[in-house]
Design a protein around this ligand. Structure first.
Ligand code: SF4
Length: 464
């Protein structure tokens, strides 16, 4: 067993590594105890402890969101469930309602696994046992580890919806060597971009993650995985650390949306339009799926839900039902390429209707939306839906809608147009894009070639 670092976790990591799991506390999710303030009230992020949630539990979640929030629910790009529009008085009621319904939640550091872990015939390893052991080991640490509030750990067992492309502070990616299971430990990034630390045997995986967390703890609660001294961690791991090569290129993540064969059965992936739905629509969807025989619905990255348990002949009616409730059923839906916040329709800080703007962009500029360039529509400069830079961002302001090119929602803009002139501004951008596009060019390359100055000029041409 490796030695604990000074002031770090002195829990018995040999127990943690063996897979001993503590019971999770119901309703103890920090998001429920420390909700985030947004323009439309308080937001909580829920991480259900069971990956497969029964339609009846979804109905309960929808009812609670309507009763205690503003009725808007979201699934994030990382596959987290969010309930919006809560108040300080209603958050405890939501927590109590979830506990009463027996919907247990994960709490503490986010430890993320592929959505189909444990049932995916194509996975290298079931990520759930090591993920559970990591959560238990963190909970058992005394004194508690002081880690960045947004720190995330990815345990990627591979498979259909593997998490190679998901950024994490600390990551374990499953590998097989001579038939035996090992995990590649790395810090700060995707499988490709994270700095490799070591390859460790399955039995050492949890202790190895704890060693990285202890190093982060020693550096202070603002430090992220990218800041950790990987050489020092490798030395700390000693003989359990086998050499880890740099990761090669990885395929883009598969879309979870659409009808897919899965072993002997099929799965139906549904996208939430712009990552959001209403409690009423979610409840209607789940009632319909329940009637069609769905046994569970899982959260998935890329703002999606996975419906399991449907007989083959029920998949099509289920897709039609979902489409009628506003869910996307095809992976190539252009709106998938846009990150959209609640906007004026659901948030007091929103300066314009972001969903209507997204529909406008889909209707008039769909060829920009091939997924190669991040496009963001934000009701205000806070940029809740896409905190990092995007190729193009439309931002609501008191004086209209601004265009930010290659930046965050709050960055300097490449011009502003009145909200009622947005359609013609999009038409001009699209015309310029089509003029510059050569066959086969991804949107990202075309936008780079056009350049920020020309894009800004086209956006506000009538106003110059
Ligand atoms: S970015 Fe959107 S959701 Fe966030 S505060 Fe602004 S308008 Fe509200």
């Amino acid at each position: 067993m490796i030695a604990a670092v000074d002031a770090g976790c002195d829990t018995d990591r040999s127990t943690a590594a063996s897979g001993s799991i503590s019971a999770l506390r119901r309703g103890a999710c920090p998001s429920l105890t420390a909700p985030m303030r947004t323009g439309d009230g308080l937001l909580v992020r829920l991480r259900p402890a069971r990956p497969g949630i029964a339609p009846s539990d979804w109905i309960e979640i929808a009812r609670l969101a309507a009763a205690h929030g503003n009725g808007l629910l979201e699934v994030t790009a990382r596959g987290n469930l969010q309930v919006r529009g809560l108040t300080e008085q209603s958050v405890p009621k939501l927590a109590a309602g979830l506990a009463e319904a027996g919907i247990d939640l994960h709490s503490g550091v986010a430890v993320e696994t592929p959505a189909l872990s444990g049932i995916d015939p194509g996975e290298i390893a079931d990520a759930n046992p090591p993920a559970a052991a990591i959560r238990a080991a963190i909970t058992a640490c005394r004194p508690p580890l002081l880690l960045a509030p947004k720190l995330s750990i990815v345990v990627n067992g591979g498979g259909r919806l593997d998490l190679s492309a998901m950024v994490a502070d600390v990551r374990l990616d499953a590998v097989r060597r001579d038939g035996a299971l090992f995990w590649r430990l790395a810090a700060g990034g995707t499988l490709r971009s994270a700095r490799p630390i070591a390859v460790v045997a399955d039995r050492d995986a949890v202790a190895a993650v704890l060693a990285v967390l202890e190093a982060l703890h020693g550096l202070g609660p603002a430090v992220r995985g990218r800041d950790v001294d990987v050489d020092a961690v490798r030395r700390q791991l000693g003989s359990m650390a086998l050499p880890a090569e740099a990761a090669g290129a990885t395929a883009p993540p598969a879309s979870p949306i659409g009808r897919r064969g899965f072993g002997d059965t099929e799965i139906l992936g549904l996208g939430l339009a712009y990552g959001q739905t209403s409690a009423a629509r979610l409840e209607a969807l789940m009632r319909g799926l329940q009637a069609l025989g769905a046994t569970e619905v899982r959260l998935a990255p890329q703002r999606a839900l996975l419906v399991l348990g449907l007989a083959a002949e029920r998949i099509e009616p289920a897709g039609a039902l979902a489409a009628a409730e506003g869910f996307w059923t095809h992976a190539d839906e252009p709106g998938n390429a846009i990150a959209v916040c609640a906007g004026a329709a659901g948030c007091a800080s929103g300066h314009f209707d972001t969903k209507a703007a997204a529909d406008l962009l889909v209707a008039r500029g769909a060829d920009l939306l091939d997924g190669s360039a991040a496009v963001h529509i934000s009701g205000c400069g806070k940029g809740c839906a896409h905190p990092s830079a995007a190729a193009l961002t439309l931002v609501g302001r008191a004086d209209g809608v601004a265009l930010v090119i290659g930046g965050r929602a709050g960055d300097a803009t490449g011009g502003v147009v009145p909200a009622d002139a947005l359609g013609t501004a999009i038409d001009r951008l699209t015309a310029l894009y089509r003029q510059e596009k050569r066959q086969g060019d991804p949107a990202r390359d075309v936008l780079d070639r056009i350049g920020a100055a020309a894009l800004a000029k086209a956006f506000q041409q009538d106003l110059q």
